[in-house]
Design a protein around this ligand. Structure first.
Ligand SMILES: Cc1ncc(COP(=O)(O)O)c(C=O)c1O
Length: 431
């Protein structure tokens, strides 16, 4: 099928609500390592990694081999029957996750993982209310959309009651108009007031991403999570850390984003990068917390042996070729390059993030911080034409999300920076 036929069928048979990053959707045909190819055979350097999912490069041979072997042996079990891959993956996750996290529920997506985490927190604490963060993104179910802190992703006004949204630690656009560190991390301290004034005084959980992904890679200051989780625990709640985007070495140095803040979650959710693109989500908890869920649970596709095989192979490849140390080294190179672009182009208002999860917020004017909407749209079309794929996010849709597969090298980063440099030069002229 050529581009036109795919786009015609998309328009005819898929919901118009499917989001696209470009004026015209980009139909893909195949992937190989750091590259994607469209149906016309054009090659793109992938610096979005399938929304931070393709951790070890497209169609990595070791992951493909593990998938093929499992597909030829047994495709489906359901959670009714234990399988070697299922328990092996759970054991591996217990080894690499921080603190006392040990027992997993393996599902199919990040949304399901967050649903399951909140269900568990409510069961474990006996409380019903949950604190989430403004600008956060938790998925697409009714509960996940209610946890989400961006109106664009709370479609149809669906509202699960009992969720309160705290201010997010967005230093570039401080919700309290303060400046770090003189602010005393007032946004975190305000969680206590939020609990005292808008809840019954007992909360089940605080759910937060270490770095807000869809929120535009908003990165909390070093003190934030300790203050926030201390408050939550004083009011009986658990800390659910959503590592769907930040997990599996993405932020460099550690396996999980929250380890940069040295805080231990009671429950952690994961998806995306764990299996290099095979559908999977996981809710891991401490044994004490997990044991509080009374009754029986079942999931038809949960613990799927094929997805678990992909996850085990992906983690092994990360250990061999894309360790958190590698990500830190290449991520630092990327960060330095982006900061250098920031010196050159006033359109760049902020560079933030960690490891290979770097955000660039584009503004029309550094004083007013007016979001550069038209300019980012132009930058997307031009980078695509030059063979580079990147992502975007943020409440105002003006933050670039630069997050290549973790196997990216410094040479890959240099290629991407070169394309960004040309393109920023062109877009800067428009302002
Ligand atoms: C932080 C975070 N949590 C949860 C989700 C939902 O995951 P999924 O799309 O796999 O349901 C996403 C998806 O982007 C996410 O970024």
């Amino acid at each position: 099928m050529d581009t036109q036929a795919i786009l015609e069928n998309q328009q005819k048979y898929l919901w118009p609500s499917h989001m696209t990053l470009y004026g015209q959707p980009l139909p893909l045909a195949r992937g190989d390592g750091m590259y994607l190819y469209d149906v016309e055979g054009n090659r793109y350097l992938d610096f979005f990694g399938g929304i931070l999912t393709v951790s070890v490069g497209h169609c990595h041979p070791k992951v493909t081999e593990a998938l093929t072997r499992q597909v030829q042996t047994l495709v489906h079990t359901s959670t009714l029957y234990p399988h070697e891959n299922h328990v092996d993956l759970a054991e591996k996750l217990a080894q690499i996750t921080p603190g006392r996290l040990q027992t997993s529920y393996i599902l199919n997506s990040g949304t399901e993982a967050n649903e399951t985490a909140v269900m568990l927190a409510k069961a474990a604490t006996g409380a019903q209310e949950v604190i989430a963060l403004r600008h956060g993104y938790s998925g697409r179910s009714a509960l996940a959309m209610s946890l989400t802190g961006q109106s664009a992703w709370r479609i149809g006004g669906t509202q699960i009651l009992g969720i309160k949204h705290a201010m997010n630690p967005y230093c570039y656009r401080c919700p309290l108009k303060l400046t770090y560190p003189a602010c005393g991390i007032a946004c975190a301290e305000d969680i206590e007031d939020l609990i005292q004034t808008t809840t019954s005084g007992r909360v089940a959980a605080f759910l937060a991403e270490p770095i807000q992904g869809v929120g535009g890679f908003v990165t909390a200051p070093p003190e934030y999570f300790e203050i926030a989780t201390n408050i939550i625990r004083r009011y009986g709640g658990l800390f659910i850390c959503d590592e769907v985007q930040t997990g599996f070495g993405r932020t460099g140095k550690h396996w999980f984003g929250i380890q940069h803040w040295d805080v231990e979650p009671d429950i952690m959710t994961m998806a995306k990068g764990i299996a290099n693109g095979s559908p999977i989500g996981v809710t891991i908890a401490t044994p004490e917390v997990a044991s509080k869920l009374e009754g029986l649970t079942i999931s038809t596709f949960g613990g799927n042996p094929v997805s678990c095989a992909a996850a085990l192979a992906t983690i092994q490849v990360m250990e061999e070729e894309a360790s958190p140390d590698h990500v830190e080294e290449v991520g630092t190179h990327l960060r330095q390059g982006l900061e250098a672009l920031g010196e050159k182009y006033p359109l760049i208002g902020d560079v933030r993030g960690m490891g290979l999860m770097q955000g660039v917020e584009m503004v029309r004017d550094r004083e007013t911080k007016e979001p550069a909407g038209k300019e980012i749209a132009h930058l997307f079309e031009a980078t695509r034409e030059r063979g580079l794929l990147i992502g975007k996010g943020g409440l105002y849709g003006n933050a670039l999300r630069i997050s290549p597969p973790l196997v990216a090298t410094k040479d890959d980063v240099d290629q991407a920076l070169e394309i960004l440099d040309y393109t920023f030069a062109e877009v800067q002229e428009m302002v």
